[in-house]
Design a protein around this ligand. Sequence first.
Ligand code: SAM
Length: 214
Amino acid sequence: MTDECSQAQLPDQYEHVARDVMRYCAPKDGVWVDLGSGSGPLALALARMTKSVLVLVDPNREALSRALVEAAKSGLEDRFVAVVGTAEDIPLADTSVDLVVSRGSVFFWKDRPAGLREVRRILRPGGKAMVGGGLGSTYPLWARQEFIRRRHESVRKQGPDAMRAFREARSPDTFTRWAKEAGLTDFEVRGDGGVPADDPRAGLGVWLLFGREG
Ligand SMILES: C[S@@+](CC[C@H](N)C(=O)[O-])C[C@H]1O[C@@H](n2cnc3c(N)ncnc32)[C@H](O)[C@@H]1O
């Protein structure tokens, strides 16, 4: 997990992902959730683009604590809330939030369809969700390719089964299957996920976009 979470030498990717969130979801201001937030880098990037409250949900208390410290350093402590929980059992009320983003976390959920049903449950009418993984469509091509090269290299060391599982979890077909198993009827899968590092699409990732009708 550490590998995917930290690529310190490369330019920061989260502002780019946040821009995609704003572009693809056009979310209403209100209450936004970063699900599987880790230490909150995406929530921090989003907070600079909105006046919304950011609710960070993650099973890892240490990571949540770090997120709150980082938010305070940026003067954002009045808009950051941390909640211990998992995607499969989100400890938030029905129809209570305007946006759910989740980057790099769905690959660790034990039950993806259950997690997606939970995301839908907490969305308010008109709310939007963007779940998946990627580095942002405006992230420089060289950095995307280098990031993916390193990721693939570390997965390859774990053997051919690991590489197959890695690619399969990131394929648009898999995302479509999870969405259908969750009972979602109106959704879009963006990106080609899991392509080789020298493919120009590498790093664009794969995202499931859906919402609750307003
Ligand atoms: C690769 S990190 C991504 C962190 C952050 N979203 C990012 O983009 O840097 C994966 C995160 O998913 C969290 N996670 C693992 N299992 C989860 C679950 N069942 N529900 C929600 N989050 C989970 C981990 O604790 C970790 O913080």
